[in-house]
Write a protein that binds this ligand. Sequence first.
Ligand code: ATP
Length: 237
Amino acid sequence: MSMLLTVDRLESFYGPSQILHGVSLAVRPGEQVALIGRNGMGKTTLLRSLMGLVPRVQGTIDLNGSSIRGSKPEAISLAGVAFVPEGRGVFGSLSVIENLVMASRAGRNGKRSWTLDRVLSVFPRLAQRRGNGGHQLSGGEQQMLTIGRALMTNPEIILIDEATEGLAPLVADEIWKTLAVIRGEGIATIVVDKDIKNLSKVADRMVVMSKGGIEFDGTPADLLAQPELLERHLGLH
Ligand SMILES: Nc1ncnc2c1ncn2[C@@H]1O[C@H](COP(=O)(O)OP(=O)(O)OP(=O)(O)O)[C@@H](O)[C@H]1O
């Protein structure tokens, strides 16, 4: 099967600092990739580079066989990549419904599987809060709304940074359930999180980053079978 996203020898810079040192990674259509590693190892920088948010990058980033390296974030979004940044991105002064409707558009090839009703059915909590302003929502509700906004763009791939960071366990469970729904829909994801247990349930592949490079790329079972790797890169026993 041809790759959805191909990243080859990617190098990213913030001013004079080189943050990514030759990252190579490929994602198949509909594949769920977990991105893990200690703080400061370059996970956010990788997602931001894919989204066109890092000004200086070298190497290859291809989406559906066409280069998106150097493209503007709006063009990358239109090409089918959605981004759920850490700290979320809802409009506080707009209602839940307004936030969702604003993001609505057909995906590549005119595909419109994600409608307002569909997103509200996946997130009953957002349906209950439909008239509330973004600033009135809890952290978990804001995260659901940001993922809902990403789905409304009918993307091919969603990049989710710190999917459940700072959320109460029950709310985090909702996000994990949503990731399972997204998987069932055939939308690819790259998800950054620290919860290896839940990630290994939803991910097809686990990718471990260290010092701006990739240290491991394999199945959840392969990773869990390497306790020394988990200890070294994630501080887990
Ligand atoms: N805007 C920036 N300007 C300069 N350096 C930056 C910038 N953003 C991140 N960095 C540096 O890049 C390195 C990688 O950071 P990045 O946020 O990508 O790591 P991370 O793996 O996502 O970690 P975290 O979980 O802490 O976000 C760090 O050393 C960080 O200090």
